[in-house]
Structures are given as C-alpha cells and as structure tokens.
Design a protein around this ligand. Structure first.
Ligand code: ACM
Length: 504
C-alpha cells in the first residue's frame, strides 16, 4: 500500500497508473462548470484544506492555462452509480474531479484533499502518483449521533464534529437535543424549556447546562449543508422527558413539580398520553423544530418509556378504553402515530428507536435498530426502512479496551468490532436489504464530561464505521485499514482531534 492510495474511507475502485504528477504548492484550480453551486463546493474544499500545511491553491481563469492544476467539472452523466459518485483522475498533466452532482464533486475533492494531506514534504512541489479513482458509497445513511443533553458541547464543537463527519464522507448528523438531564434547543412558544429545562443542579450545588439558540442552530444547519451533512434533530417522547416536565409539569400524568434529572437512567414520569394538551404542546414544539431543520427526517425517540404512570392514570386508562386498545404498548403506538400524522402534515418523516415497533409503528416510519440487529430485520419485514445502530457494534460510549480505559458506561466495542460490522444482517432476505438505509454510531455522553473526551470515544471508531458505510463490503480488510489508519491519524493530528492511540 502506498500512502497516496490511503484515503479513509477506501474508494470503491482505485488503481495506480504509473508515473507521477508534480504540482506546485499554489497549484491552480480550473472550474470548468462555472455555476454558483460548483463555486461554493470548491470554496468549502479550500476552507477544509486549510489545516493542511503549506498549500495555497487558488481558483484561476480557465483561459489562463498555467501549469498543472486541478480541474473541476459537473458532467451530465453519473461517473458511477448513484448521486454521490465521482471520478478522480491524476495524470502527469494534472488532476481532474468530475461528478454529475455537487455532492459527488464534494466527495471527489475530499478524496483529493486526503491525498494531499498525505504529503509531509517541505519541498516547493508535491509529487503525487498518477491514479484513477471511481467511487460511490455503499449506503445512503452514513450517520453519527451525539447526545448533547447529558453533557453539553458548545456550538464550536458541534461544528467541528460535523466537519469531521463530512471529512469521512458521512452525511447524517443525528442531534439528540432533549433528554431527562437537559433540554438543549430554544423553542420560542415555550421559553421555560430552556429557562428551566436546560439547567440542572449537580450534587455539589453547581448549576450545569446550556442550550442552542435558534440563531445558533440556523448557523449550524448552514455549516452542515455546505458539507453535505443533513441534520436529524431528535425530540424525545414520550419518555426521557424529565427536563421538559421540570419546565411544564402539566404535561405529565401527575402534574407534580419535577426537577431536571441529575442522575443517569430511565425515569417513570413521562408525557401524559391522556391529556389533549400534551399533544398540542408537542406538536407546537415539533412545528418550530421542523422550521429550523430543512432535512426530511425528524427523530422522536420512542425508547425506554416506562408505562407505570399511564397504568395508574384515569385519563390514560380512559383513552385506552375509548380507543379499544389492549395495553399501554398500544397507547404508546397511538401516541407515536399522532405525532407521525403531525410530522406528515409538516412534510416531514418520522424516525424512532426500535421500541416504536412494539404495539405497531406508523406506516412510513424509519426505525433505528439499537437493541440488536434482529430488531432491524423485524422492521424491514414489516416494510419499514431501517438504520442499523445495534449496541453490539455501534455504541461508541462502550469501552474500547478491556483495561486501563477511563470510566465508560459499560460494554466493550473495540475498533475491530466496529470494522467488522455489516449493516445488512446475514439472515435478512435479499429482497428486504433495500430497506437498510445504512448505519450510525451512537455517542451517549453520560461518561463524557467534556469535548476532549467525546473525541476520545469517537475516534478512531468513526473512521472504521465510515469505511463500513462507504466502501464495498468485498474490499474490506482489517490489516489494510489499520495500515492506512496510521497515516490517517496524522491527518487527525493536524485537525487537533483527541483520538485514542492505537495499541500494537
Ligand atoms: C438508546 O440507547 N436508549 C436508544
């Protein structure tokens, strides 16, 4: 393996063609398809190239044919399969990136950026081996999640995280914005959600918390858009609602005063399924959320919702009777189906954790299989799209090594396990495989008190997952990946990422 053929994730097809290209450090960029969208992609690429030492490429007039440079063009037909595919050609004469979409161009430019990143030389010129790459991703949902409730990272970190996703050709950021320990998104109609729900009093008396204003969220959405990352916001319901109920206890069954939770776990007080006002509240919240996030998906949680309050509440029991439901699982299904109807009216699609299958998930819901991959098989068999995120392979809050690691929530999911993951389970009938949109790594932050620690838990496991999601299954090789990773970690060094060191 040569370092220059070492992008992560590995391109679908690449081959060295002999000879090499010499490129000046201020190489020219020729934009052969001069549209605002292409100019914007090149602008983002140049911004992302900045941490690479000692390179000053510049966009020049196409007529001013100078020495060898980078040509960027949109073509009318796809360079490979799929809307994210691209072709990258490096010959003695220059470099060309072409694709039929701006997303494809972005990924082609990123691959070239990684090849440039490989260069450590201090010489005036870069020497790059000639090669041909044609590339497209295996899956369309290449996701990473981040829980910002248990610990709260500032907007600058959220941007860094999105940037790092994009650099690994990941395209979905699942932003877990609400949970028992903090509500993190400003909602104008319900100001107490952040006045009260964003803050918790720790055992030592200190107040911990924070939230993102709608203006900050708009900026982050735009930052992500320029990197072809779609944000899927999560508003947890009907469980994991302590922070919201601390602000608005009237939407619980008991109406008791509550505090924003300071312990980790699962709490009995959840949104009341009997009161109409609860639905009005959640629909108002989701309407504001839908206006902020242009992507088609909104995640509504649905996991770990105890039913003890519903079992003992007159209004909930009355609803069960009136609707002819058999149990509280069916009441949760009713709850979720009402929310799904509202999201449809907003032009959005619902995503939920796999518990929303219990009692029947709404038609068209996308399921995140987290308890195990079998839940994903069940979802696909019921006609649902699935994002695979099983604890066995995709939980980056688990330990990375058996000993000498900082305290984590539990579990053991080392780099090799992540790399071995196949999002399409072997027992899934082939005709249902199209329901598997992809997979996602989950980052629950109970035991990640700061952003340094979040990075430590995410990297390099994210690198392995990016290859699971992008590269053809048959090209995957752990020794080859680990070899390329050594160089890739130097790229992460230049981006100031606090990754976990490899052990020999
Ligand atoms: C989950 O880990 N509770 C989705």
């Amino acid at each position: 393996m040569t370092p220059h053929l070492s992008p992560i994730p590995l391109p679908a097809k690449s081959r060295l063609t002999g000879n090499s290209l010499r490129l000046s450090r201020d190489f020219p960029i020729y934009i052969l398809t001069n549209t605002p969208a292409v100019l914007e992609v090149v602008g983002t690429f140049l911004e992302m190239l900045k941490p690479t030492a000692n390179l000053q490429p510049r966009v020049v007039d196409n007529d001013a044919k100078e020495h060898a440079g980078l040509s960027v063009s949109l073509t009318s037909t796809s360079a490979g399969q799929g809307i994210e595919s691209y072709a990258l050609s490096i010959t003695e004469k220059g470099v060309s990136v072409s694709a039929s979409t701006t997303a494809g161009l972005f990924y082609g430019l990123l691959t070239f950026g990684q090849i440039l990143f490989a260069d450590d030389a201090r010489s005036d010129e870069l020497t790059i081996p000639c090669m041909e790459i044609s590339d497209s991703p295996r899956f369309c949902w290449r996701g990473m999640h981040l829980d910002v409730s248990r610990h709260f990272p500032p907007t600058e970190f959220v941007k860094k995280y999105i940037d790092l996703l994009a650099r690994h050709k990941m395209n979905v950021f699942h932003w877990h914005l609400t949970d028992d320990q903090g509500w993190r998104i400003e909602i104008k109609r319900y100001p107490r959600l952040t006045e009260v729900g964003a803050w918790r009093k720790e055992a030592d008396g200190q107040v911990y918390g924070g939230f993102y204003t709608q203006q900050e969220i708009r900026e982050i959405v735009e930052y992500a858009r320029r990197r072809f990352v779609t944000i899927v916001p999560e508003i947890e319901l009907p469980g994991h609602a302590s922070a919201a109920l601390a602000a608005y206890p009237e939407y619980s069954c008991t109406g008791r005063p509550f505090e924003v939770a300071t312990q980790w776990g699962v709490f009995d007080d959840v949104y009341c399924a009997g009161k109409e006002n609860t639905f009005k509240f959640l629909e108002d919240v989701l309407t504001e959320v839908a206006e902020l996030f242009p992507g088609q998906y909104i995640h509504i949680g649905g996991d770990e919702c105890p039913k003890s309050r519903w079992d003992n509440h007159d209004l909930c029991q009355e609803r069960i009777r009136k609707l002819g439901l058999v149990n509280a699982d069916e009441l949760q299904a009713y709850f979720v189906s009402r929310i799904a109807r509202h999201l449809r009216n907003l032009g959005k699609r619902l995503v939920g954790w796999d518990e929303i299958l219990d009692g029947g998930a709404p038609e068209g819901a996308t399921i995140m299989a987290w308890r195990n991959a079998q839940k994903g098989v069940e979802a696909a068999q019921s006609g649902h799209d699935v994002v695979m995120t099983p604890m066995s392979h995709c939980y980056f809050d688990h330990y990375q090594e058996k000993e000498s690691e900082p305290k984590a929530i539990g579990g053991f999911t080392p780099l090799e396990t992540v790399y071995s993951f196949d999002p399409v389970p072997p027992d899934l009938p082939q005709e249902l495989a199209r329901h598997v949109l992809g997979a996602q790594g989950n980052v629950w932050t109970e035991y990640m008190p700061d952003t340094n620690h979040m990075e430590y838990m995410v990297f390099p496991r994210l690198c392995a997952l990016s290859e699971v999601l992008w590269s053809p299954h048959e090209t995957r090789s752990l020794p080859d990946f680990l070899d390329r990773l050594k160089l890739h970690l130097k790229r992460l060094d230049r981006l100031h990422v606090n990754y976990r060191r490899l052990t020999d």
